[in-house]
Design a protein around this ligand. Structure first.
Ligand SMILES: Cc1cc2nc3c(=O)[nH]c(=O)nc-3n(C[C@H](O)[C@H](O)[C@H](O)COP(=O)(O)OP(=O)(O)OC[C@H]3O[C@@H](n4cnc5c(N)ncnc54)[C@H](O)[C@@H]3O)c2cc1C
Length: 353
């Protein structure tokens, strides 16, 4: 249950992976006076699992050391992405599809047992009374004693504030005094990773594709679904497919998009695709807690981790964090954890100074 606390030594803006990482490290080091302000009606940010389907972040690999270490620390299991059987590559709408088997020696992509949200659930436990959801931060105003945060739910006050909102979106907050122009322009120029993605998820009573010796993988930039994968859960009790929708279908009607997706997948996976027991989509570009209105589609991972994000602002009281500020695997889960750890370290260094 939330409490009525409105002032804390630290306020973290955003209850995503980065913000929750910072909160946990600070608290492990005895800095427990923390409030986390979250604009959405849920925690997790770009980690969002609905009915066991990861509509946001899903995969990581062996080289994502921060993710692997976090899972080990909290005893959360990982498992390999299922890829056994025939996969389909659709490279040309006029040519027949190409069928292939994934090389078993390819580096494994892992998923989190229980869905990616299991990580967020674990990191939120200690803060359940101090995470204020439905609290959108609108203005940060510096005073001699700290920073006052005007929000959709009244004012909060902190000595130190960490803003973990994607940098581009963080420019929609007002700052008094204004932030340096160089910083604002770096923030505006930082693409929010995956803010243009549309995901689709389908649940079934049984994994019919596995029975048909199909991996569930369908890849092809030319179709309504550009990537699709098996998304059954770790226990093999929930059967699902999940993938990315072609952005060209963003502005068609919901019914039209769904029909185009189903008839495309029917072609490669068979008529059983229509026997789904649940169908869901998530267009992140329409989510104003991730994406700005002036959307720009970016497909290659941009350069992240501008060094301007390492500095404190408002006289040592304000820090920016979040995956896009990370020089390591910026945009990814690993970068979110890295940035969260860095923010905590910078704040703890101030305590010791
Ligand atoms: C569709 C999709 C697929 C992805 N797939 C992968 C993947 O497979 N592997 C991988 O490594 N990464 C993936 N990612 C990226 C991964 O999700 C992010 O790197 C990570 O979750 C970012 O965490 P964060 O805490 O930095 O930011 P966020 O999760 O964006 O957290 C920021 C938080 O701030 C909140 N907020 C925003 N504005 C305000 C405001 N004004 N006031 C208060 N709160 C506010 C938001 O609601 C959010 O909770 C994917 C992302 C998406 C969207």
């Amino acid at each position: 249950m939330e409490n009525s606390k409105r002032s804390a030594k630290y306020i973290i803006v955003g209850a995503g992976l980065s913000g929750l990482t910072t909160a946990n490290i600070l608290s492990d080091q005895g800095e427990t006076d923390i409030i986390i302000l979250e604009g959405r009606n849920r925690v997790g940010g770009r980690i969002h699992t609905n009915k066991a389907i990861d509509l946001g972040a899903t995969w990581f690999q062996d080289h994502h050391s921060h993710v692997n270490r976090l899972l080990e620390t909290h005893n959360i299991q990982k498992f390999e992405q299922f890829n056994q059987g025939q996969s389909v590559l659709v490279y040309n709408t006029m040519a027949p599809a190409h069928y292939f088997e994934s090389p078993q020696e390819a580096p494994a992509a892992y998923r989190v047992a229980g869905g990616s949200i299991a990580v967020i659930d674990r990191l939120s436990i200690a803060f359940k009374d101090n995470i204020k959801i439905n609290t959108k931060v609108l203005l940060l105003k510096e005073s001699t004693s700290g920073i006052t945060l005007q929000t959709s739910d009244g004012d909060y006050h902190a000595q130190k504030v960490v803003v973990t909102i994607p940098p581009k979106l963080a420019t929609t907050i007002d700052y008094e005094p204004a932030l340096p122009d160089t910083l604002i322009s770096a923030m505006k120029g930082t693409h929010t990773w995956m803010s243009n993605a549309i995901k689709v998820g389908l649940l079934f009573k049984a994994p019919f594709w596995r029975k048909n010796k199909h991996s569930g993988t369908v890849i092809g930039q030319v179709g309504p679904v550009i990537e699709l994968y098996d998304h059954c859960n770790h226990e093999n009790s929930i059967f699902a497919l999940m993938g990315f929708v072609n952005e060209g279908l963003r502005d068609v009607s919901d019914a039209d998009r769904k029909e185009r997706i189903l008839s495309y997948l029917e072609k490669y996976l068979g008529p059983e695709i229509r026997q789904h027991i649940a169908y869901m989509e998530k267009d992140w570009s329409k989510d104003r807690f991730t994406a700005c209105e002036n959307l720009k589609s970016v497909y290659m991972s941009p350069q992240y981790g501008n060094r301007l994000f390492e500095a404190f602002h408002m006289n040592g009281k304000l820090l920016f964090s979040g995956t896009e500020t990370s020089p390591m695997y910026g945009g990814y889960l690993d970068g979110a954890i890295y940035s969260g750890q860095r923010a905590a370290k910078l704040l703890l260094d101030q305590v010791l100074a």
